[in-house]
Ligand binder design. Structure first.
Ligand code: NAD
Length: 499
């Protein structure tokens, strides 16, 4: 049994093996790598296997061996397993949230606990719809039985990012399993521990080999999963850059592929959303939509804010007041709103974007979080929120995904102009529209080229909704029941001559 939370003061670094075929094992090569705590950057939380393609081979073999019996079960058996895992996760929820905060730097109250809650909700949701992975019967006459079966794809290779590992795992593992697939999961190098712990909680409720987790480098383990002929589907969440490579490699062998990629999502404020009665709620919603409390490390962050010129100054003032009130600090502290950036490399990249943005002619620095120093003796990758106003939509900082707590603000006058600017992006993941005029709000929502548009709210994905990207933000849908049927099953038609 592994430990559930890790004592960060300890000098004893535990080894945390990976799960292959129901066994907790080291990598074939015997190499290990450190899992570092981003909020105490000199602390190693655990060592995890630095695996190789040989480990992927083992995991695929285990998943293939487990597949026939798993897919053959009555759906209620898979449903029961998911419900048992949900209960087991719920019993460990607080420890898992603490481990999330340690592993990712996401603050316990604002992000880590909600991530665990989402995982539990999705396990129960997909358990609930287990019987819906079903086919149809065509009314083809009395002498014919013509029906379809929604059959699982086989072994799914699930590749995860570091920003909210449990939540992204929750978007893949329950749906893939309940549809009758088995899994090889690869967590991100920078945040592997919660996925190992989730596997440990789930393992007693699943036959050996149904769920396997292999840790290691993306270019080694990730690449081996994408290339492996025994992986029937690659379900990838990560950057558009790596996603393009994954799509090419998986496409070359015609494997099923879903890609959930990056974003640079627009958030559009109409004057009616910034009246004296509405301005506070809209500013709070824009803050939430920007995912400041996740350090902006969210693919759906509304990181390009378009504010109508009539309300531009008062709205900026209101928003700056809300954002500057956020407490940045130790993710494990209850009163922390915003934790740490994941790594030194990511921290440096965000700072570089901000410095470049600050050098643009005419930019107004409303908040500058680059030199932020947290209270106490903390040596992690802390950064405060940054807001740059009077930005042009064609600057690099307005076009590229910063993946940090950096919001750019762009003024607009005409609705056609703002829709054109919102759509002038190679991304199309999420969008936010703020207006009290329903026609105006929905007309804008329909014109925006994004897979998910929210009106007058800025929260995260909710169970049952569709989710996925337009343009270079992704391919495929997995999150809803419709997405899961399309993403984790294939249709077989059977035509029988009767009599
Ligand atoms: P990343 O693309 O660098 O890595 C994602 C995963 O891919 C990691 O597990 C990594 O090890 C693996 N990987 C790297 N090279 C690989 C290769 N050649 N073959 C196979 N796998 C490989 O992304 P990241 O930095 O971990 O996460 C941040 C990115 O993820 C952002 O762009 C963000 O927008 C995106 N993201 C998207 C969603 C979504 O739902 N659309 C959700 C979360 C994060």
């Amino acid at each position: 049994m592994q430990q559930t939370t890790i004592e960060t003061q300890s000098t004893d670094v535990p080894d945390w093996p990976q799960l292959i075929g129901g066994e907790w094992v080291a990598g074939v090569d015997g190499a290990w790598t450190d899992a570092v705590c981003p909020s105490r950057a000199d602390t190693v939380l655990a060592r995890v296997p630095e695996s190789s393609a040989a480990d992927v081979d083992r995991a695929v073999a285990a998943a293939r061996a487990a597949y026939p019996a798993w897919r053959a079960l009555h759906f209620t058996a898979r449903q029961r397993a998911l419900l048992q895992i949900a209960d087991a996760v719920e019993a460990e929820a607080e420890a898992l949230a603490v481990l999330t905060a340690q592993d990712t730097g996401n603050a316990l109250r604002t992000q880590a606990r909600p991530e665990v809650a989402t995982l539990i909700a999705l396990l129960r949701y997909f358990a609930g719809v287990a019987g819906e992975f079903k086919g149809t019967v065509l009314p083809a006459g009395d002498d014919q039985l013509q029906y379809t079966r929604q059959e699982p794809l086989g072994v799914v290779g699930a590749i995860l990012p570091w920003n909210s590992p449990l939540m992204i795992a929750a978007m893949k593992i329950p749906a893939a399993l309940v549809a009758g697939n088995t899994l090889v999961v690869k967590p991100a190098e920078d945040a592997p521990l919660t996925i190992l712990r989730l596997a440990e909680i789930a393992a007693p409720h699943l036959p050996a080999g149904v769920l396997n987790v292999v840790t290691g480098d993306g270019e080694v383990v990730g690449e081996a999963i994408v290339q492996h002929p025994g992986i029937d589907k690659v379900s990838f969440t990560g950057s558009s850059e790596v996603g393009r490579r994954v799509g090419e490699v998986a496409g070359a062998r015609l494997a099923h592929t879903s890609l959930e990629l990056g974003g640079k999502s627009p958030s559009i404020v109409f004057p009616s959303a910034a009246t004296p009665e509405r301005i506070t709620a809209t500013a709070a919603g824009v803050l939430l939509g920007m995912r400041f409390t996740r350090q902006g490390q969210s693919c759906t962050a509304g990181s390009r804010l378009f504010v109508h010129r009539d309300v531009y100054e008062p709205f900026l003032t209101e928003l700056a007041a809300h954002v500057s009130a956020l407490k940045v600090g130790d993710p494990l502290e209850e009163d922390t709103d915003m934790g740490t950036i994941i790594s030194a490399k990511q921290h440096a990249s965000v700072c570089q974007y901000v410095e470049e943005g600050k050098r643009q002619p005419g930019v107004r620095v409303v908040l500058d979080g680059v030199d932020f120093v947290p209270e106490g003796d903390l040596s992690g990758y802390y950064q405060g929120p940054t807001i740059l106003a009077d930005v042009s939509n064609d600057w690099r900082i307005a076009r590229e995904e910063v993946f940090g707590p950096v919001l750019v603000v762009i003024p607009w006058t005409d609705v056609d102009e703002v829709v054109a600017m919102a759509n002038d992006s190679h991304y199309g993941l999420a969008a936010f529209v703020w207006s009290q005029d329903l026609t105006e709000a929905l007309d804008t929502a329909h014109r925006i080229e994004s897979g998910w548009v929210q009106v007058n709210q800025g929260g995260g994905q909710v169970v049952g909704q569709s989710y996925g990207g337009y343009k270079q933000s992704g391919l495929g849908r997995e999150f809803s029941i419709e997405g899961a049927i399309a993403g984790f099953t294939q249709t077989k038609q059977i035509n029988v001559k009767l009599g």
